[in-house]
Design a binder for this molecule. Structure first.
Ligand SMILES: Cc1ncc(C[n+]2csc(CCOP(=O)(O)OP(=O)(O)O)c2C)c(N)n1
Ligand SMILES: [Mg+2]
Length: 321
């Protein structure tokens, strides 16, 4: 059961994610962006609710729509903006102006390799290292509905189940993989059903309800920690903008977006906090002001930061001779 303070914490992280995202999209449209960028709009309850269910020692492998998880785990907005803008203070020190590879093992964050399911196998390796070292830690990773049709998704589920790994995967089913709608790439009605064919627990959850995502993930994480094996969680939501900034998503029916807009994860949670008497307008406005100031400061610092020194171009590059 969440306390009111925890509920406000969840709201804060979702709003920070949303505000970061809106600012990023606006900057890129103004020509102030550098690399490719993926909007999180619609995914805030999933990344925040899931990451909030972890202990500090657990490992997380977020993907391109999990900004909330990076932030909640301690990667600052300034470092992430710095990364997207290719600055030397960014996570990859200006090596990749994207979310790709944006890991920090000090924060127990594995940087992701590709948009398709490759982080699943790497995070499973992390989970098995915990088993071999008798550590009560869990690895959590994310993937997409499109990625769930790729071979490595199935191979990783199979091995995770066989090894009874302390591992949880969240499939962010946002109904589209680039321009491909869900029904054009799979016949099963729920991705969670796929877990059964590997002998693994599978559950579907409303990905726009942060407390529901938190509850389901907490249960899965604790079961994994106690030797109960892996879980596949399907979190259903809608990708509210195009695949990335260059994609206007003209192929998505407007009526579909309008129906999901009414279920916006951030706005519906705000309304719920007010209705339930958890908070009032003054407190929620204060959180919004704090978030706006944090994002503005992060952007200002990142934009003022330097691009990497060309003399360091070979730093971190390895080759076998
Ligand atoms: C190995 C590989 N193949 C193809 C791509 C191009 N690609 C990037 S994201 C994507 C679709 C991902 O869809 P989904 O898994 O549903 O995630 P979403 O973007 O909807 O969150 C594709 C085909 C890639 N990045 N890597
Ligand atoms: Mg998708």
């Amino acid at each position: 059961m969440l306390t009111n303070e925890q509920r406000l914490t969840l709201y804060y992280w979702m709003l920070l994610t949303r505000s970061f995202d809106e600012t990023m999209v606006a900057m890129w449209k103004q020509g102030r962006g550098l690399g490719g960028t993926f909007s999180q709009r619609g995914h805030e309850a999933i990344s925040v609710g899931a990451a909030y269910a972890l202990e500090p020692g657990d490992v997380i492998a977020p993907m391109h729509r999990d900004l909330g998880a990076y932030l909640l785990r301690g990667m600052t907005a300034e470092r992430i903006f710095g990364n997207l803008l290719g600055r030397s203070g960014g996570v990859s020190a200006g090596r990749d102006a994207n979310l790709h590879g944006m890991g920090d093992l000090g924060l127990q964050i594995i940087g992701f390799i590709s948009h398709l399911p490759h982080s699943m196998a790497v995070s499973l390796g992390a989970a098995m290292s915990f088993v071999y070292r008798s550590e009560a830690r869990v690895a959590l990773t994310f993937t997409g509905d499109g990625a769930s049709s790729a071979g490595l998704f199935h191979e990783t589920l199979n091995m995770a189940a066989v090894w009874n790994a302390p591992w949880v995967v969240i499939v962010e089913n946002n109904l589209y993989a680039y321009s491909t709608p869900l029904e054009q790439q799979m016949k099963v009605p729920a991705i969670a059903e796929r877990a059964a064919s590997y002998g693994m627990a599978g559950v579907s959850v409303d990905g726009n309800e942060v407390e529901a995502v938190y509850a389901v993930t907490s249960a899965a994480v604790e079961r994994a920690r106690c030797g109960g094996g892996p879980t596949l969680i399907e979190a259903r939501t809608m990708r509210m903008l195009g695949h990335a900034i260059h994609d206007g998503a003209e192929y998505v029916p407007r009526s579909l977006l309008e129906s999901w807009e009414k279920r916006d994860p951030v706005m519906t949670y705000r309304a719920r906090l007010l209705e339930a008497g958890v908070s009032d307008e003054a407190v929620l406005s204060e959180i919004a002001e704090r978030v706006a100031a944090e994002v503005a400061e992060a952007v200002a610092r990142a934009e003022a930061d330097l691009l990497p020194d060309p003399a360091t171009v070979e730093a971190g590059v390895y080759a076998e001779g």
